[in-house]
Structures are given as structure tokens and as C-alpha cells.
Write a protein that binds this ligand. Structure first.
Ligand code: LMR
Length: 418
């Protein structure tokens, strides 16, 4: 049908787009957008999927894998999902807080059975990322200007801090020997004060696997209180390091010493819910009014961002935690994951040195990740010549190694570093 008067008519006839011709004069807004690099870690998933080699090895994004390389849905979650399907009678809105039964059910696991419930309130968030974003944004609204953070860290931490308009003050997280750089943390905290926050990984440090020891947490906690710095505690891998209780030691020690803190929690790994995006944001303070305001600010940020978090995964976690048999099943599954990660770590550590890479430190680290000291050229050669995919930082996902691929991986590592 002819559409008289519409510029496209002339465009169709002459095959020239008049909009293109006058582009420069039109001051088009979107043309001013700066190009953005694709997220390197998530880009790796696509590169890996596109690689046709049957013996390729995925040590990239942080998902748990079984000894046969699968990332199955937890059996406890499957049962909870079946129950949810049967009993859920509405999908009506819940509000920006999400499923508060889920948020409350997690409290004893995160904060301890004895924790004073009057000090804490929380809300659901879309995954660990949503929870960190809420924590950083609420900190910014509370007047925080700088966030101290050990580096390297999970790349999204720096992005979220920048996107929230805060200044990142980095300090070293790892010593050259592959242990936690406690002295660097203390030196950094000694330059921090009111108006500053410090972001600390509760356990299973991402990307290094290097955690502070219990003794170090015992010293960090009073120092945080003394410096009047707001702790932002990110607990995304509880249960994958030394156990649910042990992995909460740092967080609980800090909370026993400081008057206030913000906590970002993720169930994406310890309930295997990755794509369902299940997280929680908690504020801890002794002041009831401040607690209410922290949550009200979190709700306002959520409303303007995602409005309400996705429900399904959090509802499934709540059902697991409300049922003693499902809870026991979930904890068993988590024990198996942790045992497998430990087994792979022990095997790698037993190699002592592979090519130029010292492997012994891997045995003392925790959780899904460790960093191998590799150059960008070696990381590229591992990918292109041997089909081994890892983050550009040299981070490997320990759970990506299986009985079948661990030897080929070590051979490839030796080949590129010899
Ligand atoms: C990772 O670090 O691989 C995971 O936490 C996934 C992510 O969102 O980056």
C-alpha cells in the first residue's frame, strides 16, 4: 500500500534513506553513546559454547560442576519446586521486599541461631548482584563516599561501586605467597574513617579463593569498629568453603563488634539457583528507626530498578528451609559439593608445581576459585591451542575440573608455562 507523504516512499523509490543523509544535522542522541566492551566473564560463556572441540575445558564462569561435569538442579530444590507447582495458588505481586518468608528463613544460617533478631531486617534481591547493588546504593544514600576493597575482587564489585557514584579505594588482597594480605587491609583501614565503607568477602574469596583466617577476622572486627567504617559484607558462597557455620565466622565476628553493617547474600551457588537470581540484602543496626529507614531506602531503590524480585527461586528456597527433611537433603547435597571441590584442590596441590605455576597454594584456598599466575598470552594460548577457558585474571573454576579433564588440563598448563 502506498503511503503518500511518508519519507519512506521516496526512500523506497530512490533507495536512499533521507534520515541517513541528514544524520549529522539531526543531533541524534543515541549516536553519542560510548561503545562498551562486552562483559569479559560472560563473553567467555559464548566463546566456550561456540568452540566445536569435544575435549574443551570450561574453567570460566562460577558454576559448580559434578565429577561428570554437570550442573544439576539440587534434588531438594526439585522437590520444593514440585511442591510449589502444586500449592501455589496465585502469582499476584508480593512487593519490592519479595518473599519475606525466604528472607527470614535464611537469618539463622547467615547470622547464627542466637543473633538478636531486633538488630536485623532484610529484603529479597535479584541474585548476589542485586543484593550488592542494594548494599552499595543504600550506603551511598547514607552518606558513604568511598568504598575500600581488596583487589583483585569480583569484577562486578568495582562496576557496581562506580555505577553507584562511589569512589573505590583499592588495597592488595593477596600476598605474592598466595595468602591473605592482612597487613594491606590493616594499613588501608588505618586511613579510613566515618563516611567510608569497606567491602569484605565473607568466605570463598572471588576470584582468589584466599580468605582471612579466623584469627585475622578476630583482629579485623574491632579495627572496623575503632575506625567507624561501615562494613559491606558479601556472602555469596556460604557452605562451599569449610561448611555453613565456619563460612559465616568472619561475618558473625564482624557483626558482634560493629554497631552497623550491610550484608549481601546469594543463594545462586549454595542452592544452585544461578539463573533464577536468588539473593537477599540485610541491614544490621541497633537503632530501630535506622533499620526501618535502611529497608525503606532499599525498597525505594528496588522499586526504581526492578520493582520486585523474581519469586520462583526464593519461594523454592523458603520451602526447603521450612521443611526439616528438605533442609537435611539440601545440606547433604552442599556437603557433597564441598567435598568434591576439596578433592580437586587436593589433587591440584599434590602436583606441587606445573611448568612455572606453583600449585601448592591452591590446596589452602577455599571455594570455587583460585588464581593461577599466568600472563595474558599464556591464558590465550590455553584457550586457543588447548581449548582451556578461564577468566582473563587467571582465575580458574576448580569445579570445572573432573576426573576426565584434570590431567589434560595439567598437561596444557605445563605446555604453555614450561
Ligand atoms: C562468577 O564470578 O563467575 C559468578 O559470580 C558469576 C557472575 O555473575 O559473575
Amino acid at each position: 500500500m502506498a503511503c503518500t507523504g511518508y519519507p519512506g516512499e521516496a526512500w523506497g523509490r530512490r533507495r536512499v534513506n533521507p534520515i541517513n543523509q541528514s544524520r549529522k544535522r539531526m543531533n541524534l542522541m543515541l549516536e553519542a553513546l560510548a561503545a562498551q566492551p562486552a562483559d569479559a566473564l560472560l563473553g567467555l560463556i559464548k566463546l566456550y559454547n561456540a568452540d566445536p572441540r569435544a575435549d574443551k575445558i570450561d574453567l570460566g564462569v562460577g558454576v559448580y560442576r559434578t565429577a561428570s561435569g554437570a550442573t544439576p538442579v539440587f534434588a531438594a530444590i526439585k522437590s520444593a519446586e514440585a511442591r510449589l507447582l502444586e500449592t501455589q495458588d496465585s502469582k499476584s505481586y508480593l512487593g519490592p521486599d519479595g518473599d519475606m518468608g525466604f528472607v527470614t528463613a535464611l537469618i539463622p544460617y547467615v547470622f547464627g541461631a542466637e543473633f538478636d533478631r531486633a538488630r536485623v531486617d532484610g529484603m529479597q534481591a535479584p541474585g548476589g548482584t542485586g543484593a550488592v547493588r542494594l548494599a552499595v546504593e543504600v550506603a551511598a544514600r547514607a552518606g558513604v563516599k568511598r568504598v575500600f576493597m581488596g583487589t583483585p575482587s569480583w569484577p562486578n564489585h568495582a562496576q557496581i561501586i562506580a555505577a553507584s557514584g562511589l569512589e573505590l579505594v583499592p588495597f592488595a588482597h593477596v600476598t605474592p605467597e598466595g595468602t591473605a594480605d592482612f597487613a594491606a587491609l590493616v594499613a588501608a583501614l588505618n586511613t579510613a574513617g566515618p563516611g567510608d565503607a569497606v567491602l569484605l568477602h565473607g568466605c570463598c574469596h572471588n576470584p582468589s579463593g584466599v580468605d582471612y583466617t579466623g584469627q585475622q577476622w578476630d583482629a579485623i572486627a574491632p579495627l572496623l569498629a575503632q575506625r567507624k567504617v561501615l562494613p559491606l559484607l558479601d556472602l555469596a558462597y556460604q557452605g562451599l568453603g569449610e561448611g555453613m557455620e565456619a563460612d559465616a565466622y568472619g561475618l558473625r565476628t564482624v557483626l558482634a563488634a560493629v554497631p552497623e553493617a550491610l550484608v549481601a547474600y546469594s543463594c545462586d551457588k549454595n542452592f544452585g539457583l544461578y539463573r533464577d537470581r536468588v539473593g537477599a540484602f540485610y541491614a544490621v543496626t541497633g537503632d530501630a528507626g535506622a533499620l526501618t529507614r535502611a529497608m525503606a531506602n532499599g525498597a525505594a531503590i528496588a522499586r526504581a530498578s526492578w520493582s520486585m524480585p523474581p519469586d520462583h527461586g526464593a519461594a523454592a528456597v523458603r520451602l526447603v528451609l521450612e521443611d526439616a527433611a528438605l533442609t537435611a537433603q539440601w545440606l547433604n547435597e552442599l556437603d557433597d559439593m564441598r567435598a568434591r571441590i576439596r578433592e580437586v584442590r587436593d589433587r591440584l596441590a599434590a602436583a606441587q608445581r606445573v611448568g612455572s605455576v606453583p600449585m601448592a597454594p591452591v590446596g589452602n584456598q577455599n571455594g570455587l576459585f583460585s588464581i593461577l599466575p599466568l600472563s595474558p598470552a599464556q591464558i590465550l594460548a590455553l584457550r586457543e591451542d588447548h581449548g582451556v577457558y578461564m577468566a582473563g585474571s587467571g582465575r580458574i573454576n576448580i569445579a570445572g575440573l573432573t576426573g576426565d579433564n584434570i590431567e589434560p588440563f595439567l598437561t596444557a598448563l605445563r605446555a604453555v608455562t614450561a
